[in-house]
Design a protein. Structure first.
Ligand code: S3P
Length: 207
């Protein structure tokens, strides 16, 4: 059943979430569902998919894969270069084929690109790949935009902030529907989010 987890304790249920997160951090390696092969992080640019994904992978002893980096390595070009030279439609084709390749690798924490779930075949592939748990890292658009500005990474889709906000609104329901768990990250440190994520997956095992 889909759940939403906040990373800061405000109510009893949040405190229980945090306790579960702490328990998960003590039990190494955490007890995850035995059929779990891929932990996939989705969300808009600036959601922390790569930062949190690296922390989760390190804690589990799994491999971490960033879909943009995987795609860049396969194409021999950076994401901004692909957009500039070949356009977004070409980038999306490379992204879909990089996704299929990434999902062939077991025991992997995979950080998607912010736009990966826009493509129907990507959503179907993610939903139909056995042993795949998808987690949505959520935050309001202004917080995400500020994080992206601070990171200073070149992101072609952010060049027009008003258009980026429209994309955020269009994608938000897709992220939500795709994910088994949603974690709200606006006020959370990446370590807290990583622990909340592992706790949510470990709880899933028991249910
Ligand atoms: C994009 C997000 C980027 C990257 C590309 C397009 C998008 O990934 O795939 O610039 O359409 O939202 P991050 O979400 O990792 O920044």
């Amino acid at each position: 059943m889909p759940t939403t987890v906040k990373s800061r304790p405000e109510e009893l249920s949040d405190i229980l979430d945090l306790q579960a997160a702490e328990e998960a951090s003590l039990a190494l390696p955490p007890e995850l569902p035995s059929n779990l092969r891929h932990i996939v992080l989705t969300g808009f640019m600036g959601a922390g998919k790569s930062t949190v994904g690296r922390l989760v992978a390190a804690r589990l002893g799994w491999k971490f894969l960033d879909l943009d980096q995987h795609l860049e390595a396969r194409a021999g070009l950076s994401v901004p270069e692909i957009f500039a030279l070949h356009g977004e439609a070409h980038f999306r084709r490379l992204e879909s084929s990089a996704l299929a390749s990434a999902l062939g690798q077991p025991r992997t924490v995979l950080a998607l690109g912010g736009g990966t779930p826009e493509v129907l075949t990507n959503r179907l592939l993610l939903e139909q790949t056995p042993g795949t748990a998808i987690i949505f890292l959520d935050a309001p658009f202004p917080a995400l935009f500020d994080r992206c500005v601070l990171q200073g990474i070149s992101r072609p889709v952010l060049a027009d902030p008003a258009a980026a906000e429209l994309r955020f609104a269009a994608r938000h329901p897709l992220y939500r529907r795709l994910a088994r768990h949603t974690i709200e990250t606006a006020d959370a440190a990446p370590e807290q989010t990583a622990l909340a994520l592992i706790a949510a997956l470990a709880r899933n095992r028991a249910s």
